[in-house]
Design a protein around this ligand. Structure first.
Ligand code: ATP
Ligand code: FE
Length: 337
């Protein structure tokens, strides 16, 4: 089948065309406007989606060299995400499916982050079922047991901030612009990860908590700055390396626990925070020392994109899992429901 897919859950609008599991085009329009506000402004996001969506779909079809009349189905992100943003993609997908008289497929964005590993790529073998998936992004932090494309169970998730927020909020305390996660990563390369110690939160089971870390960094910086106003300026690289070291440790401890509890050693990572070099390094090390096999898709399939919505659309198409035109966007939408 040839499937057009649409993603509009947060601040990126994206459209893709897949032929089977193969990506013919995957176009993303990132909204720059939010940078000035230090975070995503929902109202501005939905307005930008409205501006982007029609030209993006045209571009995705043109790049794929596909006429809309030869599409087999339309897949779209139903949730989770910002309601106003989701509504733009949902309404657009519904009207296009109606006018072309082809099936409509609703997709859970978090399941898509996981199934992104099954997008066809040369020289790449996807993880074998069952495996563990960790979705680590600006909005989510979850460990999921994946037994099949439609058999997923959330084993643990964050009780407060997402891992990307932990990076971004820490970065703000050091004076970096939003989103500061990549800047922490960059400065961490030149710093000593053991120079400063931040507490690892004690959270039951496989759940996470990151809000305490932000508070301890805040107090630590305030205290040091009182004694020495040049502290952050001078120690910036070491502070970044120490923060990153702590966040990576929090993630890796939970992954190790998940492996111990499930016996699964195939670990698939997704979400924008998968770009982090500290996390990538720790995963490599776990491959060597603990016999894990880890999977990280290319970055274009880690951050929000429509190709991952398309691959879920493909899996659902094969099983006739279509939805009616009365389907509505769902801001809160759990995996496996
Ligand atoms: P969601 O996918 O849950 O809706 P999102 O769209 O905000 O959330 P992504 O686009 O997947 O999330 O990822 C963005 C997050 O990744 C930001 O918090 C950003 O700071 C973080 N990030 C990106 N690169 C790095 C890096 N190298 N190190 C640390 N964090 C990073
Ligand atoms: Fe996402």
């Amino acid at each position: 089948p040839v499937i057009l897919s649409i993603e509009s859950s947060c601040d990126d609008t994206s459209a893709a065309v897949l032929k089977g599991a193969q990506v013919l085009s995957n176009i993303v329009a990132t909204q720059q406007i939010h940078q000035a506000y230090g975070g995503v402004v929902p109202e501005l996001a939905s307005r930008a989606h409205q501006q982007h969506i029609v030209p993006l779909v045209h571009q995705a079809l043109a790049t794929a060299n596909i006429d809309k009349k030869s599409l087999s189905a339309i897949a779209f992100t139903r949730g989770p995400g910002l309601l106003g943003s989701l509504l733009v993609g949902t309404s657009f997908a519904k009207s296009l499916a109606l006018s072309l008289d082809i099936p409509l497929i609703e997709v859970n964005h978090m399941e898509a982050h996981i199934l992104a590993h099954f997008i066809e790529r040369e020289g790449y073998t996807p993880p074998p079922f069952p495996f563990l998936a960790a979705t680590i992004s600006g909005g989510h932090t979850q460990i999921v047991r994946v037994d099949g494309p439609f058999q997923m169970e959330v084993l643990g998730e964050t009780l407060d901030d997402a891992i990307g927020e932990a990076f971004d909020k820490s970065a703000k305390l050091i004076g970096f612009p939003y989103p500061g996660g990549p800047l922490i990563d960059k400065h961490a390369q030149a710093g000593d990860p053991l120079r400063f110690e931040f507490p690892i939160p004690k959270v039951d089971g496989l759940n996470f908590s990151f809000s305490g870390l932000k508070t301890s960094i805040l107090y630590f910086i305030q205290k040091q700055q009182e004694k020495d106003a040049g502290f952050v300026e001078r120690e910036r690289d070491h502070i970044c390396a120490s923060i990153q070291h702590t966040i990576v440790k929090i993630l890796m401890q939970k992954l190790e626990k998940a492996v111990a509890e499930t016996g699964l050693k195939h670990i698939a990572i997704g979400g924008g925070v998968a770009a982090n070099s500290g996390i990538r390094g720790a995963l490599k090390e776990a491959e060597e020392k603990q016999g894990w096999t880890t999977y990280v898709p290319p970055m274009e399939y880690c951050t929000d994109n429509a190709a991952m919505i398309g691959i879920v659309g493909y899996f659902k198409y094969l099983e006739n899992r279509f939805c009616g035109l009365d389907v509505s966007a769902k801001a809160r939408y759990s995996i496996g429901k």
